[in-house]
Design a protein around this ligand. Sequence first.
Ligand code: ATP
Length: 262
Amino acid sequence: MLALKNVQVLYDRAIEAVRDVSLDVPPGTIVALLGSNGAGKSTILKAISGILEQEDGEIVSGGIHFDGEPLTKQSARAIIAKGLIQVPEGRQLFATLTVEENLLMGGFTRSRADCSEMIERIYTMFPRVKERRTQISGYLSGGEQQMLAIGRALMGRPRLLMLDEPSLGLAPQIVDTIFETVVGLNRDTGLTVLLVEQNAQLALQVASYGYIIENGRIVMDGAAEKLLANDDVQEFYLGFSGGERKSMRDVKHYKRRKRWLS
Ligand code: ATP
């Protein structure tokens, strides 16, 4: 459904953020893109969504195709209209608008009737969002904001939903609610999901396939259960070594020394 082939991205015509990245997101699947801070995850999502230009970023080589059609020359608006919709890191809600107004903004390409139906579905999915429907979104808790951001993206009726670190800064219980909803959408409606996460454990439990990115390059990919069982992944991303939990300091120290790919 979505395919990136040998994508290279530069910022300011000089800073290489992503190099030679190829990945596939087949229809109806949840695919995880994992990596630590600054690895290049958000850059890949921005490249897919056609919003690199806003940050002086550019795809300088490689291609991105959706259903076989090239995306690289399309506007961000045209990409959304094709059903590729992103929930950005930090949610980026319209902070001074109410919850319901935010949802309506997400449905700007849809008819009024379609929007009303979709809003009711989102309220059923996230009752806490419904409780806050008339409140200004800037005053919601982090978890409520994430639910609203996902709801706003769903208003555009995505075919492929891209989630940028949905678990960031949220309590485990809220994260569970959000992940259960995403898994439910995938299972019940066949929604395809590209899930960007630093939390590898969580992401690999819901994804069928995963890619690991470091310093702008994919260093490993495979079926989620294989990655979960892989010693290096366990050590570097899940914090385990020989059955014992390593401290993050040890893991970080070792990470600097070890290279997965030459
Ligand atoms: P995070 O989880 O911290 O967002 P990430 O994996 O999403 O990390 P990116 O935000 O894609 O990483 O950043 C990849 C690299 O590109 C980093 O070295 C970052 O400093 C650089 N970068 C990101 N945005 C810009 C920008 N607008 N201009 C210049 N360099 C940038």
